[in-house]
Design a protein around this ligand. Structure first.
Ligand code: ARG
Ligand code: MN
Ligand code: MN
Length: 307
């Protein structure tokens, strides 16, 4: 089934202020060098690479009151929010190239505002080894890239929970998380208390990726905007070593492709983050190259013989 996609606007978010290891700041360039723009053009997508957003440098200091680099995280996320909001208002699909996963606070806040203003439903598919549901009280690291889902649901510092406006951008029930296998003990308690919908690795092993994706995408319709937040550490580190918080036992190549192909089939993709590509830790540029390969599937590249 050949689909047409809205025009795409790409931004780099070259920062690692939310992470505990340096190098995710080079992710945008890694993805460009891996041919992201060319791959989308080859898929027939109208794509504009609008370059890199600007923000403060990484001061590389320790956590203060439970957060590392909170001011810098806020500044970067304001830039992400503004850029995403502008592209959505122009009818274009924003793709944010991380950078660490804290940028999802700004990108999803923008999408939530856009959906609210246009009477659209919003579903977020969070592909990750981690639930990213920590708070300043329970975080083992102070790294804000471990907190974006909580912040978006209104749990976190006002400067982040109110980034997009007065009320929290998201409700827990709008998230589906796939690939989870590393959750801190107190974070696990929080996740359970709030009832996050999680498809962890054990469940994927038991029922298979096809059913997992069917369940995670259930209920999508023509009025739904689907935001995909793709943390490359969802992939097994043997195929995607270039990331700051790798966890063994991740999803394999075909499982990852199947997720992307099934999303493409829905026709609901509305926006995308590709985060935590850390070229400093990669073998060559393989992690970015794999991410590009997966994005091609997300935009309808198919190995199916029956279509
Ligand atoms: N987006 C990520 N890679 N997050 C990793 C979070 C790791 C850990 N749970 C922490 O809070 O520090
Ligand atoms: Mn993450
Ligand atoms: Mn992660």
């Amino acid at each position: 089934m050949q689909q047409t996609y809205p025009p795409v606007s790409i931004f780099g978010v070259p920062t690692d202020v939310g992470a505990g290891r340096r190098g995710a700041s080079m992710g945008p360039e890694g993805l460009r060098v891996a041919g992201l723009v060319e791959a989308l053009i080859a898929r027939g997508v109208d794509v504009a690479d609008l370059g890199d957003l600007k923000g403060p440098k990484n001061p590389w200091t320790g956590p203060e009151a439970g957060y590392r680099h909170l001011d810098e995280v806020v500044a970067w996320n304001r830039a992400v929010l503004d850029a995403s909001s502008a592209e959505l208002a122009r009818g274009r699909m924003p793709i944010m190239l991380g950078g660490d996963h804290c940028l999802a606070i700004g990108s999803i806040a923008a999408v939530a505002n856009h959906c609210r203003a246009n009477g659209r439903k919003l579903r977020v598919l969070w592909l990750d080894a981690h639930t990213d549901f920590n708070t300043s009280q329970i975080t083992p690291s102070g790294n804000v890239h471990g907190m974006p889902v909580a912040c978006l649901c209104g749990i976190g510092p006002d400067v982040l929970t109110r980034l997009g406006g007065e009320s929290p951008s998201m409700q827990v029930a709008q998230f589906r998380q796939i690939g989870i296998r590393s959750v801190d003990p107190d974070e696990k308690r929080m996740v359970k208390e709030h009832g996050l919908d999680i498809y962890d690795m054990r469940y994927i092993d038991e029922v298979g990726m096809r059913r997992v994706v069917e369940e995670a995408l259930e209920g999508l319709d023509a009025d739904t905007h689907l935001h995909v937040s793709f943390d490359v550490d969802v992939l097994d580190p043997t195929i995607a070593p270039g990331t700051g918080t790798p966890v063994p036992g991740g999803i394999n190549y075909r499982e990852a492709q199947l997720i992307m192909e099934m999303i493409a089939d829905t026709g609901c993709l509305g926006s995308l983050d590709i985060v935590e590509v850390n070229t400093a830790l990669d073998q060559g540029n393989t992690t970015a190259e794999l991410a590009v390969d997966l994005v091609e599937s997300l935009f309808g590249k198919s190995t199916l013989m029956r279509d």
